[in-house]
Design a protein around this ligand. Sequence first.
Ligand code: DQA
Length: 149
Amino acid sequence: MRYRVAILHGVNLDTLGRRDPAQYGSLTLSELEARVRGFAHELELDPSFFQSNHEGEFCEELHAAPGYCDAVVLNPGAWTHYSWAIRDALEVSGLPAVEVHLSAVDEREEWRRVSVIRELAFGSVQGKGVDGYREALVLVRDQLAEATG
Ligand code: DQA
């Protein structure tokens, strides 16, 4: 059976393609998702995608996630830096998680260097653009393979 991975995007990630390309690249979210789908299939993973600009909706997606996936790759956007609600919802999900950021958040403004979800994630990838999602999916595949034997 293929491992199912949910790729979850948070606030403002729907504006990719219009945001600062020096930080976030020039792909739109649907182009990025198409690339990530390709990576997932190459790695024999079964991907699903979700994006929301509403924090409560994002939390509800995390609550529902154990019903439809084995792990999550999440880029919560700016929520990463302050949303204890999303941190708690991720903990409730109990799912293995990798945090991804297109930009190198640890090398940008002071406030972006804080991640309230990092302690719950077994992996964190940043500053590698869309290729960072491939790296995250490899981490997920290896972790699930190890956990399930
Ligand atoms: C981001 C980095 C965040 O600081 C920012 O608020 C985003 C995108 C990234 O992918 O680099 O919206 O998560």
